[in-house]
Ligand binder design. Structure first.
Ligand code: UT7
Length: 349
């Protein structure tokens, strides 16, 4: 095991003492996707489907899939390096590493340990957060609260998932949907690009059966029988989740506006979890929001679970879709059933 060299940059000294939650800022962002592409034509060779069905029913054109030997923490570490470079903060100066994932490298230890080692964030504590597709927003709230408490000066919050590993490529209902990716943000208490002014999270375990991997836990340990029944793969009640998702996206957006005395017109862009293009269209129409204010990049990546929001946020920023002085809502939903929303206010230049 390597020990910190005496030449290692000194850890930044953060001001201590609590701050208001609404003062925690986004200091940098980055994302990473695997090189390997899985197209609709590739899937049509595996199951009874077509490019036309997948595009019209989901909006997905292709997904990125881990290469042989590549693991979730590789994607998370690369996204984290980019977010750190973007923030100008050295890895040694990071206090907390949080990895939102439902597809860890291994059951033990946490994927945060692998990411921490890969990026050299040797002064950080860290752990994983599992809230399915809402994981990134859950981890964002945890990071935000740790900083606001005064206990930590900054946090690296990563959403990294490789749902290709939980995907049954014999099931046309699910295999067309998922891809692999990671996105990361650096949070801190100093002035950054945007303040996270409000967040709202929820969980309703009555819907736990709607998206699940049945085997591999204490309820149903992996056995020859579970493997034969393909219970290591993700199963979903697509129609019920679809209905829930449209209601939640629209509801969360409305609630975040209402509790911050804002009108929908005050929101420049909504970045939703990318689960299905039709879900986004239906939510935009329920909100009477012009489609260009509902960000969608699902065509290129599919549903990348905890990674969709930071990946989409990174793209939206690089495309100049959101910037100084503007307001943004992030909104996610998924297994649990869990959901979450965040209001971001970009600093004026
Ligand atoms: O990240 C959060 C979790 N996930 C979601 O948010 C996903 C939410 N749900 C969905 O996106 C959609 O429900 C799906 C994309 C999963 C399915 O779309 P749908 O429009 O709800 O289709 P459906 O399940 O109602 O099925 C319609 C038909 C069925 O055939 P019959 O029974 O009408 O003959 C399916 O067997 O489409 C068939 N079908 C397919 N056909 C070709 C289902 N998957 C496919 C496929 N290719 N890949």
């Amino acid at each position: 095991m390597k020990h910190p060299s005496p030449q290692a940059p000194a850890r930044a000294e953060h001001p201590r003492g609590p701050v208001a939650l609404s003062h925690v800022s986004l200091l940098g962002i980055g994302s990473s996707v695997p090189e390997r592409r899985l197209t609709n034509a590739d899937l049509a060779r595996l199951v009874d489907t077509s490019d036309e069905w997948i595009r019209t029913r989901t909006g997905i054109g292709e997904r990125r899939i881990l290469a042989e030997g590549q693991v979730t923490s590789d994607l998370g570490a690369e996204a984290a390096r980019r977010a750190l470079a973007n923030s100008g903060i050295a890895p040694e100066a990071i206090d907390v590493v949080l990895v939102a994932t439902a597809t860890p490298d291994q059951p033990v230890p946490c994927t945060a340990a692998f990411v921490q080692e890969k990026i050299g964030a040797r002064n950080a504590m860290g752990f994983d957060v599992d809230a399915g597709c809402t994981g990134f927003l859950y981890a964002l709230q945890v990071g935000r609260a740790l900083i606001a408490s005064g206990a930590y000066g900054n946090a690296l919050v990563i959403g990294a998932d490789a749902l290709s590993l939980l995907t049954d490529y014999q099931s046309r209902e699910t295999c067309v949907l998922f891809g692999d990716a990671a996105g990361a943000v650096v949070l801190g208490r100093e002035r950054g690009r945007a303040r996270i002014t409000d967040m709202q999270l929820g969980l309703d375990g009555r819907g736990a059966h709607l998206i699940q991997v049945v085997a591999g836990g204490t309820a149903r340990p992996t056995s020859a029988e579970t493997v034969a029944a393909r219970e290591q793969y993700l199963r979903m009640n697509g129609r019920e989740v679809f209905r829930f998702a449209v209601d939640k996206l629209a509801g969360l957006t409305r609630e975040l506006c209402a509790r911050n005395q804002l009108e929908l017109d005050d929101i420049d862009l909504v970045i939703p979890h990318q689960a299905n293009g039709r879900i986004l269209d239906a939510a935009a129409s329920a909100l009477e929001l012009p489609p260009e204010r509902m960000f969608c990049n699902i065509e290129h990546y599919g549903n990348t679970s905890a990674a969709t929001i930071p990946l989409a946020l990174d793209e939206a920023l690089r495309q100049g879709r959101i910037g100084a002085g503007q307001r943004l809502i992030l909104a996610a939903f998924g297994a649990g059933l869990a959901w979450g929303g965040a209001l971001l206010e970009f600093e004026a230049d």
